[in-house]
Design a protein around this ligand. Structure first.
Ligand code: NAP
Length: 279
């Protein structure tokens, strides 16, 4: 099969690699993408334009991009498919709210498959799941017959169940990470950071050990997590729940956006950035 991937980021490139491992041809669009993405995509076939890609009649298109860009990417593809009068499966595997996914679903109709990825970029088997939902979810799951990604078609929760599951999972993991960073900054500003670390070492050693590790992990991707937190807030609102916690987490991640792509982020640096007055 020919499957198109938009785009081969840290996660997307491993989704593409799993499809290659399963014997598929994977294509992508270099136009507008950074050198980092281009370097990750050397094993994929490139097309100069989206209409060239669509004229090659892919069996499916998978979107793995920053959550804040998911709708624009879906709309661009839907418009190009309509122009070419061609229909194909569109998998939106981004961390977006079910209501965002439902908007994309309207553009693709019965060919829309919802997705949500849980786990790190799939460099080895057993680490990363691609949850899928919608009438054609089982069909898409079969694309991943080999490779490191485990694809799971959900049988409950309706068309956007995969997004709902991803939102619930990330609300806890990334919400907790934002809270941990905020608490560290609060203790530092109050002059009790060493005392808090000492108390955590006694009573909650995971928090003490995890603070530095969490800063290093979330710093480089904080710019992207801000959009994901807003999608979680929208999910809460749509369900009649308070969105305040995750709006707050979005603000925390947004204030760390300048750490994008860095590999040497420290807790001290995160604390310093969080303590900076906002303008
Ligand atoms: N990384 C993880 O551990 C992880 C885990 C679970 C789920 N996910 C999900 O996977 C998706 C992508 O994550 P990732 O780690 O692959 O991110 P990433 O490494 O930042 O890659 C994002 C990809 O999208 C491209 N992109 C950037 N801005 C864009 C825009 N405005 N419109 C369209 N494409 C754009 C990037 O190209 P450039 O190189 O040009 O910027 C890159 O190819 C997200 O929805 C995320 O929630 C990731």
């Amino acid at each position: 099969m020919h499957l198109a991937l938009l785009h081969p980021g840290a996660m997307g490139s491993t989704v593409g690699q799993s499809l290659v491992d399963a014997g598929h041809i994977v294509s992508w669009l270099p136009e507008g993408r950074s050198a980092v993405t281009q370097a990750r995509a050397v094993q994929f076939q490139s097309f100069a334009t989206l209409s060239d890609l669509i004229n090659a009649k892919p069996d499916g298109i998978i979107s793995v991009c920053p959550p804040a860009a998911a709708l624009a990417t879906a709309q661009m593809v839907a418009n190009a498919l309509a122009e070419a009068e061609f229909k194909t499966i569109y998998v939106d595997a981004n961390a977006v709210a079910p209501i965002t996914a439902a908007t994309s679903a309207e553009w693709f109709g019965e060919h829309y498959v919802d997705g949500g990825i849980i786990g790190p970029p799939a460099l080895q088997a057993g680490t990363t799941r691609l949850y899928l939902s919608g009438p054609r979810a089982a069909e898409v799951a079969r694309w991943f017959s080999a490779g490191a990604i485990q694809a799971i078609a959900l049988s409950e929760g309706g068309l956007t169940a995969a997004s709902a599951l991803k939102m619930a999972y990330a609300a806890q993991t990334k919400g907790s990470s934002a809270l941990l960073m905020l608490v560290n900054a609060m203790a530092e500003q109050a002059g009790v950071h060493d005392a808090l670390q000492a108390e955590w070492a006694l009573s909650q050693p995971d928090l003490q050990r995890g603070s530095e590790r969490t800063a290093a992990r979330i710093g480089p991707a904080a710019w992207r997590f801000a959009g994901e937190m807003e999608e979680i807030a929208a999910t809460c609102t749509a369900l009649g729940l308070s969105a305040d916690f995750h709006h707050g987490a979005a603000a925390i991640y947004a204030s760390l956006a300048d750490l994008k792509g860095r590999s040497d982020v420290t807790l001290a640096e995160v604390i310093e950035m969080l303590a900076r007055p906002t303008v």
